[in-house]
Write a new protein. Structure first.
Lengths: 133, 130
């Protein structure tokens, strides 16, 4: 399993979250961060801003899903056609073990981020309501 | 690179209101040092179980609150770096105090750590953690 940490523009964070949801990776944690990149911050007139607000999104996925998820994030986080400075970075690190607290179960590779049972989705609730009638 | 095996970083996402108990439980097992942050997150969409129960029972109010997808919920992110031999102890402690059995209790991730430095003294690796 791999942890994917993506630093993106705050304005793009919701786009990325929506894209991940649509792609079937609902589980994401979001963290407000500030930072600077290779451009040494941003210079506006006389003032240099070197603590630029960003959002850090992180999610844990199976090894085989890595490329797809990274592609999804890149597509959603890029600004303009070719992208521009400040669009962010994606870091990937190995995860040895994953536990779910509610059940106390150690998760296996295959069960991480399996989106097939999103019961909270309005679609599922509507279906259930229809079936009950 | 045997160092890789010596230390692990445990990243846990837990409920906000369980922080005090978690802190106490970690102190009791001898791991007082950790970092925490307030984060927002979503899981597999089963988080707000009360709302879901209402929606499943067919209450329109609950259904209208569901929105286009699972919402972001406030959580606490814990980062604990420990020697590998304490790993299971920490995980069991976190699960013990945070488990309510309902969806939304959180996740625990275990990641390898290659190097640790103590800034004050410059000590490295396992010495810096103890």
């Amino acid at each position: 399993m791999l942890m994917i940490r993506a630093i993106v523009r705050p304005s793009k964070a919701s786009d990325v979250m929506a894209a991940l949801m649509a792609a079937g990776y609902p589980a994401v944690t979001k963290l407000d961060v500030v930072g600077r990149g290779k451009q040494r911050g941003m210079k506006v007139g006389e003032v240099t801003y070197d603590e630029i607000p960003k959002e850090l999104l992180f999610t844990v996925v199976g090894d085989k899903d890595k490329d797809f998820v990274v592609e999804t994030i890149l597509k959603a986080a890029r600004t303009g056609e070719k992208g521009s400075f400040g669009d962010g970075k994606i870091f990937i690190s190995p995860v040895q073990e994953v536990y779910t607290v509610s059940s106390g179960v150690k998760e296996e590779e295959s069960s991480v981020d399996d989106a097939s049972d999103i019961v909270g989705a309005p679609v599922a609730v509507e279906k259930k309501k229809e079936a009950a009638q | 690179m045997s160092k890789v095996e010596e230390m692990v970083e445990i990243i846990a996402v837990v409920r906000m209101n369980k922080m005090n108990e978690t802190k106490r439980a970690l102190s009791e097992i001898g791991v007082p040092a950790f970092s925490a942050a307030k984060v927002m997150g979503r899981g597999k969409g089963k988080v707000d179980y009360l709302l879901l129960k209402g929606a499943e029972a067919g209450y329109d109010e609950a259904i209208s609150q569901l929105g286009p997808g699972p919402k972001l919920f406030p959580k606490r992110l814990l980062i604990v770096a420990v020697p590998t031999k304490l790993k299971d102890k920490v995980i069991r402690a976190i699960i013990r105090v945070n488990q309510t059995g309902e969806p939304g209790d959180g996740k625990i991730f275990v990641m390898p750590v290659t190097n640790v430095y103590r800034v004050r003294t410059g000590e490295t690796d396992i010495v810096a953690l103890s």
